[in-house]
Ligand binder design. Sequence first.
Ligand SMILES: Cc1ncc(COP(=O)(O)O)c(C=O)c1O
Length: 400
Amino acid sequence: MSELVMKAEKLDASDELAAKRAEFVLDDVVYLDGNSLGALPVAVPGRVEDVVRRQWGELRIRSWTEGGWWTAPERIGDRIAPLVGAAAGQIVVGDSTSVNVFKALVGAVRLARPTDDGGPGRDEIVVDATTFPTDGYIAGSAARMTGCTLRPVPPAEIPDALGGRTAAVLLNHVDYRTGRLHDLPSLTAAVHAAGAYVVWDLCHSAGALPVGLDEHGVDLAVGCTYKYLNGGPGSPAFLYVRADLQDRFDSPLPGWNSHAEPFGMRPGYEPAAGAVRGRVGTPDILSMLALEAALEVWDGVTIDAVRAKSLALTDFFLECVEEYVPGGRVACVTPRAHGERGSQVALRCPDAGDVMKRLIERGVVGDFRHPDVLRFGFTPLYVGFADVERAARVLAEVLA
Ligand SMILES: Cc1ncc(COP(=O)(O)O)c(C=O)c1O
């Protein structure tokens, strides 16, 4: 038995999260794509069956009130809150991440320019130049709508780019391509020092590492629930609006679900108090309640334990890749420093698309990101150290 196989066995034996794997539907594939679509929690199919057959099929309309459907967006938001370091009452679940980026970013510009008269003053939106594309597209539209200029800036240069013209800044906590973790506390402080508002996209950090939204005074944040929160394909996203900003949060999508009195059916809009103000229309109950069942895997789990295992998994993967893969064949683009690493490892390699295809054929599932990146996501709730060793070994075989 090789030294790395023995090391994997030892690490698995002392893994306090190891038992969590049994709460997911998995097979003998090494699944390293939970940063794209999280695996299916065992509890979900039965819950969805109940929601469809009993709650919808038998209780019908009564489920909106008696079954708790109407309040699901804020109830499930409160379940996600501790995972991202937020107190209750600041998160609602619903819509896609893209839609929530729009709500949050336009809302942030309106916070920065309360009169919205388009006059001189804060007329710039700064966006992470390396952002996931949807954020950049939406920021462009938000800028046109609010009469702002869009300024793409690499995250490291953002503090120097801020000033009296900055209204809002949209940043990714973890870079989807490289797995680089950006410094949320210091970037948030820099945005505040410039008098602007920050929106963080937590898609690649929610459920993977501590975020500390309240602790670091983040203004607004969005995130998806289908990656490390395992909510299922297209499960609804979440929106965080810090408690003391909620009264001034002016959503650009003021639907009837965010009205102070939705069933008053009034012609005039009056926003609800609290996180509910971030809602828009009728929630997607089937996806929403599948997510609620999926979140039960977090019972008894702390995000700190998840982070500790995530770093151990990615450290071990890098060690195995170095040991097994012939030198020069791949280049790691994920930072080595723990403080700069999310829960994925990205390796650059010239024929990455073909390499990933062959890895998947051999039972190691990661993904390929244009033009030359192999991405491996490590979900601590169900990935073990033996999986990691096997993935690196198979990668070396494919590259040989
Ligand atoms: C960082 C980031 N932001 C936004 C999105 C897109 O979100 P949605 O498709 O839920 O609108 C993704 C999707 O993977 C993402 O990784």
